[in-house]
Design a protein. Structure first.
Length: 489
């Protein structure tokens, strides 16, 4: 009996000690910006830049992300059946050099990944699946462009050439492109934007896919044309979702659909229906768990009649039955635009605050777009840096993908002659450290700071009066290791 009592006392004492050493929570929030390559919106800013000038622009964008304490970039790698990377399937983007298919002097996607990851910045590769040409680019397309290889797959609509989503070979082709990128690059996510079937043109013409639909009906298809179109898009989304996870389970899949699934008069939501116009059943993708995150483009203000930001945000959250990430798309590009007087830095701050209140540790926003933030219109860049995003944040965890913790890091402390503490740490286990959390304990208790992966030591001045130090490793999905704790002697 005495031995049992002693063991119990030891257990209780150990549990109490562990409770006293419980580390404080760190901020969790997905913070990203879209970097658009189409029409040279964000990168490269011109089509005649040298490789070194393009690299400098990418570094400048990464510097902006670090300055604003963002943790991800959504980088457009395919805007019109082109490639902002080295591809054997599609020609290089004309937005890079002014000429589609021109041999590239460097690989922009690989360069961005190599520079972003050491800074603790995730990179999601952004694809526009169905658009094949863009009116801003009028140069001749090369023979390996899909419009030359398979003109029978294309449909003309408005000023664009579009791949017909109803053709099974189109789906196969798109899956092969995305699979190629997932296999060859260490991307952290694959991202689709809001373009599926095209937005209606000025004359409200229907998309010219009657022959494709008739072929479907003649083969025994029973769906209405609208349901058939939605199924075509659904089939691509589901297949891409499965294929990504088959190749690399840790790579996320996200989509940023039009912000209104369907109008809802009872909630005061009016406007274009993504369900009926773009044939995008985005609620289904969320509820089926085909996506790891959904980023509805809520490019309206908190006071906009018919499309109020908080109303739409709450609706999307109510439909998130599988608790996937809801990381909202917001519109800093409207700040300072006289056409949008309801947009200001204060409006952006209010919207981010609403996501934090509703979504708590699962909050997140993606800003459209990078150069809109860089411009600092109405002091938005300053406000993000100094107030809205005051400290670094980890991305919210994704337990349905992976909840395995990284290994505990090794920690070494050396007291210097002047009393300063030199701390050094290194990773253990199979998972690489994508971020570190350095905790220190003084008279006020434990405090954390989030560090980039390329920081592996710190000099802590004696005047900080640190009693204990701890280090934890964070993987690319936001899983935090057990901390390694050492007393400062």
């Amino acid at each position: 009996m005495k031995r049992i009592t002693l063991i119990l006392l030891i257990f209780l004492f150990s549990a109490a000690a562990a409770a006293q050493e419980k580390m404080p929570k760190v901020a969790r929030e997905f913070r990203a910006m879209w970097v658009a390559t189409v029409a040279n919106l964000d990168f490269p800013t011109k089509r005649d830049l040298s490789a070194e000038q393009q690299k400098a622009e990418l570094i400048k964008l990464l510097d902006l992300a670090v300055e604003l304490k963002m943790n991800a970039i959504v980088f457009q790698v395919r805007s019109m059946a082109d490639a902002v990377y080295l591809s054997e399937i599609e020609p290089s983007s004309p937005f890079l050099t002014g000429q589609a298919g021109k041999k590239l002097e460097f690989d922009p996607l690989k360069f961005l990944l190599d520079e972003a990851h050491p800074r603790g910045i995730l990179v999601h590769a952004w694809f526009n699946p169905y658009r094949a040409t863009h009116p801003s680019m009028t140069t001749e397309l090369p023979e390996n462009h899909v419009s030359k290889k398979h003109p029978e797959w294309l449909r003309s609509y408005s000023n664009y050439q579009m791949l017909d989503p109803g053709i099974k070979q189109v789906e196969d082709y798109l899956v092969s492109i995305i699979s190629d990128v997932v296999q060859r690059y260490e991307v952290d996510g694959i991202h689709f934007d809001d373009y599926f079937y095209p937005y209606l043109d000025a004359d409200q013409n229907d998309f010219p896919d009657s022959e494709t639909f008739e072929a479907y009906k003649n083969s025994g298809g029973k769906l209405s044309k609208s349901d058939w179109r939605r199924k075509n898009v659904d089939d691509l989304i589901q297949r891409v979702s499965v294929e990504i996870k088959r190749i690399k389970p840790q790579v996320m899949f996200g989509i940023s659909p039009f912000g209104i699934w369907k109008p809802n008069e009872s909630l005061g939501i009016i406007g274009t229906s993504g369900f009926e116009t773009l044939y995008a059943d985005s609620r289904k993708w969320l509820q089926e768990g085909w996506v790891d995150y959904l980023t509805p483009q809520l490019y309206w203000s908190t006071t906009k009649t018919g499309q109020q930001f908080p109303t739409l945000l709450k609706w999307w959250q109510s439909e998130n039955k599988k608790k996937r990430h809801l990381w909202v798309g917001i519109a800093p590009y409207k700040v300072g635009d006289e056409k949008h007087p309801d947009f200001s830095t204060k409006e952006i701050e209010t919207q981010i605050g609403m996501t934090r209140t509703l979504l708590a540790d699962n909050a997140g926003t993606i800003h459209f777009r990078a150069l809109s933030l860089a411009a600092n219109t109405d002091g938005l860049r300053d406000a993000l840096r100094d107030n809205i995003y005051r400290g670094n944040a980890l991305i919210p965890a994704s337990p349905w993908i992976d909840s395995t913790l990284p290994g505990q890091p090794e920690l070494q402390l050396t007291k210097q002659d002047n009393g300063d503490i030199l701390a050094g740490w290194k990773n253990t286990g199979a998972k690489a450290a994508f971020r570190w959390i350095l905790y220190w304990k003084d008279a006020q208790g434990w405090r954390p700071t989030i560090l980039s992966p390329n920081i592996i030591n710190a000099n802590l001045p004696a005047q900080m009066n640190i009693q204990k130090l701890a280090i934890a490793s964070v993987d690319r999905l936001g899983n935090i290791s057990e901390p390694t704790i050492k007393a400062v002697k």
